[in-house]
Design a protein around this ligand. Structure first.
Ligand SMILES: NC(=O)c1ccc[n+]([C@@H]2O[C@H](COP(=O)([O-])OP(=O)(O)OC[C@H]3O[C@@H](n4cnc5c(N)ncnc54)[C@H](OP(=O)(O)O)[C@@H]3O)[C@@H](O)[C@H]2O)c1
Length: 259
């Protein structure tokens, strides 16, 4: 067997169908690109058409199979509609990546019910509903990969974790519940835990060089993350190679969590 064939056997996503929420920006955009370049047919879902169009155009130009559907995952009806639209493009997914998320960060005293509801709806309820929609079908077909994107704030409180940290803590628990339910049928469910990654989500924090340097100093690699740092972990967790990895929180954080 050539090394190329061996690597394909482990990691190729040829003939797989993937849906990536938040696939038009930051970490989700990098994961969309990684899965598509590894062979999957990928549908990116988000609200804004322009960034979706750009993301997919770049992949199509590289000869990948990719598409986008507009969806707003901030309500149950929105999630249901987005799921049907996304599955309507290439078919029922083998891989679901829940990456869309918000972090509003008011001080806890000022955190009202609207912020709580908006955070839980997008960061926790949408991944739950999408899991309910696609998980059983994956289990029936005997293969599936569900990948959530969590946060350091699921594990420790800092920079006003508020509702966000709670939503991400619960998201990691959701991955374990899903793993318990569906792993016996070939569906692994895991969470990727980023450190501080320079993306539009962090625009305010990223514009403060002192805070950026302090966060980089908390890693072991000496730098903050970039979206492309998630490509390898995403391909691994989406591939056959990760068949025996389930219910896990995989830290991709330059050592931030262990420093
Ligand atoms: N950056 C970090 O340091 C960091 C650290 C830890 C965890 N994370 C997590 O990583 C994930 C991605 O973050 P990022 O930094 O890459 O953020 P980002 O660049 O702001 O991307 C967020 C994505 O989610 C989409 N989105 C937002 N609201 C949506 C909605 N209601 N319905 C559908 N899509 C929606 C956005 O597109 P539209 O706005 O067009 O809808 C965009 O594609 C999030 O879950 C975040 O919590 C990030």
């Amino acid at each position: 067997m050539t090394s190329q064939a061996y690597l394909c056997e482990l990691f190729s996503l040829d003939d797989r169908i993937a849906i990536v929420t938040g696939g038009s920006s930051g970490i989700g955009r990098a994961i969309t690109g990684a899965l598509a370049r590894a062979g999957a047919s990928v549908v990116a879902v988000a609200r804004g058409e322009e960034r979706l169009r750009e993301t997919v155009a770049e992949l199509l130009a590289d000869g990948c199979r990719a598409a986008w559907t507009v969806g707003d995952l901030s309500s149950r009806e929105g999630v249901r509609a987005a799921a049907e639209d996304a599955a309507g493009v290439f078919g029922e997914p083998d891989i679901l990546v829940n990456c869309a998320g918000i972090n509003i960060r008011p001080p806890l005293d000022e955190l009202d019910e609207d912020v709580w509801d908006a955070t839980m709806a997008l960061n926790l309820e949408a991944p739950f509903l999408l899991g309910q929609r696609f998980g059983p079908g994956m289990a029936e077909r005997g293969f599936g990969r569900i990948i959530h994107v969590s946060s350091q704030q699921a594990h420790r409180a800092f920079v006003q974790s508020g509702a966000y940290g709670v939503s991400k803590g619960a998201l990691e628990s959701l991955a374990r519940s899903q793993a318990e339910a569906w792993s016996p049928h070939g569906v692994t469910c895991n969470t990727v835990v980023p450190g501080f990654v320079m993306t539009p989500l962090n625009a305010r924090l990223s514009s403060d060089p002192g805070r950026v340097a302090a966060l980089a100093a908390r890693t072991m690699t000496g730098r903050n993350g970039v979206a492309e740092d998630f490509a390898g972990a995403a391909v691994f967790l989406a591939s056959r190679a990760s068949a025996y990895v389930t219910g896990q929180s995989v830290f991709v954080d330059g050592g931030f969590s262990v420093h």
